[in-house]
Design a protein around this ligand. Sequence first.
Ligand code: GLN
Length: 331
Amino acid sequence: MEITTPDTLGSWQTDPQVLDAELERAYQYGMDARGEGRVATYIPELARADEDAFGIAVMTKDGTTICRGDASTRFTIQSVSKVVSLAMALKRFGSQEVFSRVLMEPSGDSFSSIIKLDTVSNLPYNPLINAGAMQMIGLLATECGFDDLLDYTRRMCMDDDIDLNEAVYQSETDTGDRNRAIAYLLKSKDVLPADPEEVLDLYFKMCSLNVNAVSLAGLGLTLANDGQNPLTGEHLLSPRNTRCVNSIMFTCGMYDRSGEFGVRVGIPSKSGVGGGITCSVRGRLGIGSYGPALDDRGNSVAGFAALEYLSRALHLHAFDYHPYIEDGAEA
Ligand code: GLN
């Protein structure tokens, strides 16, 4: 993708018009990319999504929310919920207990892969693949029920309207044999903290929560703000645990495309096969997007393209350089 961007460094923070104009351009990049992807069909209910849909929302610390396109369309959170499960497990059990149940390495394999779990390691590679998320949900299941997880999700996303999509939940339950295989493999290794059927049911429910791009911007903003809701002041996760979540999102959040996303976009993010992406721009912004046409790894193609544009235009990359350095510094 050829991207030409104006030098907006700094000005967007004080000038909402700049943010608004750049979001419009990002939206157009996303719209142009939609045709390169396909909606997920392996969960039959997800196949009903509109492949042409795309929306994006940006939220700033003063609560300003700017949206484009289908930003209020509801869809299921899917793997973005793994961020919430990780955060809640860290909050309730602490990092020592959490990382005695899961590793913190990118797997390089697809999100539902079983191969390394069977042949290389007794513990899942990270909490953002299916096996790792089940470990987190297993821990949580020893103390909490679905209502507690739903409540925490709503608060992390700053969205009280998040609820269960019964049709998707049913569809996941009916077709989730691969996830059953993962849960029972974990049980066979004696590492799953709770009963596999209980874990699977909670896992399917967490994947089936209805969110929109604005909810995912809210989640990103909480994580960008050291775990505190900047509007209410509520502390939802300690700064240390928030740093941990952002780090794992950076290295593992975009499935087996996390490395490429890290280079091209450079923002801690998490995608889901429902088409959602949440991004946490440290100390500055939360971004959420919805585009159900996915690449071959399960990431929204429109979301990826729009975020790449925004990252470049607004200098959001974690390792960004000052634009002046670019002149004549070819080496
Ligand atoms: N519910 C989906 C599954 O378990 C979530 C996967 C995803 O979003 N990558 O297959």
